[in-house]
Design a protein. Structure first.
Length: 239
């Protein structure tokens, strides 16, 4: 792995809680400009991997490198300041704030109002509904609309990389398809994406490369097409 080619590198990572390791010698690389996916069922270690990258669960061994900077164990606010935005599982909008207030919170590190307004226009261009309903309280939106708002809020920080955790969770098939189409379009605008998911069908349709986690270990990796053709992956996800 080389920092020049990869936006994110996780090298020989061990992490866990109390005395138990959840991640065991995990190595992944997310290339700049691509969508890299992490597939795995519940209990596979996906959440611990996300927490380790963000500095919420510091690794016991190994390291995490983002844009050539060793971020292993850095506090989360410093990781975010380097240009990473996380779209959390379950969306987690601020329900008593308006759509626009939620979006502006995503740009909390940006002091220039001109830049903030430009980013708002860009987000409204991707999600016209957020522009049309900017004064609506976020808590009154549907689950699919809140998913749009969560991604839009992440983009308001002008990130170099989006870490998206389980974007299909709890959504109808229609909103899942729409969300994955949005993720693909965001990536086409130059934002690197690390997509953590259980939904292999939708994920491998838009990803460039991916990894499969099982019981805290990487058990398969390669291009999206290679993972679709991998017999173990087919048995686990495609029946």
């Amino acid at each position: 792995m080389t920092a020049a080619a990869d936006a994110l590198e996780v090298e020989h990572l061990f992490a866990g809680y109390d005395r138990a390791d959840v991640l065991i010698d995990v190595s992944i690389a997310a290339r700049a400009g691509e969508i890299t996916c992490i597939l795995g069922s519940n209990g596979s270690g996906k959440t611990t991997l996300v927490r380790s990258i963000l500095g919420l669960t510091p690794p016991r061994r190994g390291r995490v490198v983002f844009g050539g900077v060793d971020i292993t164990g850095l506090p989360t606010h410093r990781v975010i300041a380097l240009g990473m935005a996380c779209i959390p599982e379950g969306r987690k909008v601020f329900p008593k704030l308006t759509i626009e207030e939620n979006l502006r919170l995503g740009a909390y590190r940006e002091a220039d109002e001109v830049t903030i307004r430009k980013r708002l226009r860009d987000v409204h261009g991707i999600f016209p509904r957020l522009g049309e309903r900017r004064t609506q309280l976020a808590g009154t939106m549907s689950g699919g609309e809140q998913a749009m708002l969560s991604i839009g809020r992440g983009l308001m920080g002008g990130p170099r990389m989006l870490l998206i955790d389980e974007p299909s969770l709890g959504l109808s098939p229609l909103f899942v398809a729409q969300n994955f189409d949005v993720i693909r379009r965001v990536n086409e605008q130059g934002v690197t994406v690390l997509l953590v998911e259980q939904n292999a069908h939708q994920t491998l349709a838009i990803a460039h490369r991916g990894y499969v986690l099982s019981k805290g270990r990487v058990v398969a990796e390669g291009s999206a097409s290679a993972l679709r053709d991998n017999e173990e992956v087919r048995r686990a996800y495609f029946g």
